[in-house]
Design a protein around this ligand. Structure first.
Ligand code: CP3
Length: 351
C-alpha cells in the first residue's frame, strides 16, 4: 500500500488516492504580485532571476502565502525559465513584456548550450528547498517543480512568449531531429534539477506544460507525452513513492492520452476541462486538481461561491486537490483568497 495514504499531510494523502471530506487547497502562483508583502520583498531585488536565486528572498516569498492563508501546500518560489538561464541562454524580464530570452537565429545553438552543467548551476534553488523543509508547518506539503520540455522549448526557440507556439511548431515539423534533440537535453537536465529538489526536501513534483494547447495528436504524443513520460519514469526509478502532478494546460480531450501515456499520479485541469463530460472519460480513481477560473477568483462575490459549490459537487467522491485552472492573476484581492478558503473549508462534506 502507498505509505502516503496515512501521511499527516492532507495533500499527500489525496495524491495517494484518499478522498478527503474537505479537499486540500493551494493555488498556482500563490506567491506573487497580488500580495503587497511580495511587492515589498521584490523591491529588494529588482532582477527577477537574481531574486529566484537568492535563498533568503525566495524562501520568504514561498512562505508569505502560507503564513497569510494557511494553505495545505506551498510551491517553491522559482521559475520554469531558470533552467535555460542556467544552461547559458540569457533570460530577463521586462516590465509588461513578460519573459525575454536571448534569440538564436541558428537554432543549433540551443543544442550546444551547457546542458550537462545546468542543474548544477542551480544550487541556490536547492538551498531554498532545504530552508523551506525546515521552516514550513509540519502539515504543509512542499511542491517542487519544473516546466515540461515542450513548454520551456517554446520560450527558448522564440526568445520569449511564442504566439500560438508557431515557431516551435514550425521547427518541430521542419527539423524534427533538432527539436527532439533539444527536448531530450532539456528533459535530462530537468530530471537532474528535479532529483536535486527532492533530495533537498520537496515532497511532490509538478510539471508545468502550460502550452499543451493547439497540438495535433501525433505532435502532442511526440513533444508532450514522450518527453514527460521519460521524466516521470526516471523520477520514479530514483524515488519510487514520489507523487508527480502534470498540468497539460489547454490540451482538451487529449487529457486521457496524457494521463495514460505519461504515468503522472495526478493531473491538474484547466478551466475548460473541469466538467462532467471530461470526467466521465477518466477513471473514477484518477487524482484530479484545479479547474477554478482565476478571473472569477479576481471577481469574488456570490458567483465565486456558486462555482466553488459546482466544482466540489463535480469532484465529490474523487480524490481532488482544490486549485485554479491557471495561475492567480495580479489583480486578485487577497481577501478573495480568504473567502475561497473559508467557503471550501466550511462547505458541508458531500455524501
Ligand atoms: O507561486 C508560485 O506558483 C511559485 C512560483 C512560480 C513562478 N513562475 C513565479 C513567477 C511558478 C510555479 C512559475 C511557473 C511559470 N513561469 C510558468 C508555468 C505556469 C504558468 O503560469 O503557465 C511559466 C509559463 C513561467 C514563465 C514566466 N515567468 C512568465 C510567463 C512570467 C510572467 C511575466 C509577467 O511579467 O507577467 C514569469 C515571471 C514570474 N514568475 C513572476 C512570478 C511571481 C512575476 C514576476 C515579478 O514578480 O515581477
Amino acid at each position: 500500500m502507498n505509505q502516503n495514504r496515512s501521511s499527516s499531510k492532507k495533500m499527500l494523502r489525496t495524491l495517494a488516492g484518499v478522498v478527503e471530506a474537505v479537499p486540500p487547497i493551494w493555488l498556482m502562483r500563490q506567491a506573487g504580485r497580488y500580495l503587497p508583502e511580495y511587492l515589498a520583498l521584490r523591491r529588494e531585488e529588482p532582477d527577477f532571476i537574481a531574486f529566484c536565486l537568492n535563498p533568503d528572498l525566495a524562501s520568504e516569498a514561498t512562505l508569505q502565502p502560507i503564513r497569510r492563508f494557511g494553505l495545505d501546500a506551498s510551491i517553491l518560489f522559482a521559475d520554469i525559465l531558470l533552467l535555460p538561464h542556467a544552461a547559458g541562454q540569457k533570460v530577463w524580464f521586462e516590465k509588461d513584456h513578460g519573459p525575454r530570452l536571448e534569440l538564436f537565429s541558428d537554432k543549433q545553438q540551443l543544442i550546444r548550450l551547457d546542458w550537462d552543467r545546468a542543474a548544477g548551476e542551480l544550487s541556490p534553488v536547492y538551498e531554498t528547498v532545504r530552508r523551506l523543509r525546515r521552516d514550513l508547518p509540519q502539515d504543509c506539503t512542499l511542491i517542487g517543480f519544473a516546466g515540461s520540455p515542450w513548454t520551456v522549448s517554446t520560450y527558448m526557440i522564440a526568445g520569449g512568449k511564442d504566439a500560438d507556439r508557431w515557431q516551435a511548431r514550425t521547427l518541430a515539423w521542419s527539423d524534427p531531429v533538432l527539436l527532439d534533440d533539444l527536448l531530450e537535453r532539456l528533459g535530462a537536465a530537468t530530471v537532474k534539477y528535479l532529483c536535486a529538489q527532492v533530495e533537498a526536501g520537496a515532497d511532490v513534483i509538478q510539471l508545468f506544460e502550460s502550452w499543451a494547447e493547439g497540438l495535433p495528436q501525433p505532435l502532442f504524443e511526440r513533444v508532450v507525452i514522450r518527453p514527460t513520460q521519460a521524466i516521470v519514469r526516471k523520477l520514479k526509478a530514483r524515488f519510487p513513492g514520489l507523487p508527480v502532478i502534470g498540468f497539460p494546460r489547454g490540451c482538451g480531450t487529449l487529457l486521457m492520452d496524457y494521463v495514460q501515456g505519461t504515468g503522472v499520479d495526478a493531473v491538474s485541469l484547466d478551466m475548460s476541462q473541469a466538467n462532467a463530460a471530461m470526467l466521465n472519460l477518466l477513471s473514477k480513481d484518477a487524482v484530479l486538481q484545479g479547474g477554478l477560473d482565476p478571473a472569477l477568483l479576481a471577481t469574488g462575490g456570490p458567483l465565486l461561491a456558486a462555482e466553488i459549490t459546482r466544482l466540489l459537487d463535480l469532484m465529490a467522491g474523487r480524490p481532488y486537490v482544490f486549485n485554479l485552472g491557471h495561475g492567480i492573476s495580479k489583480e486578485t484581492p487577497p481577501e478573495h483568497v480568504e473567502q475561497l478558503i473559508r467557503l471550501i473549508r466550511e462547505t458541508p462534506p458531500q455524501p
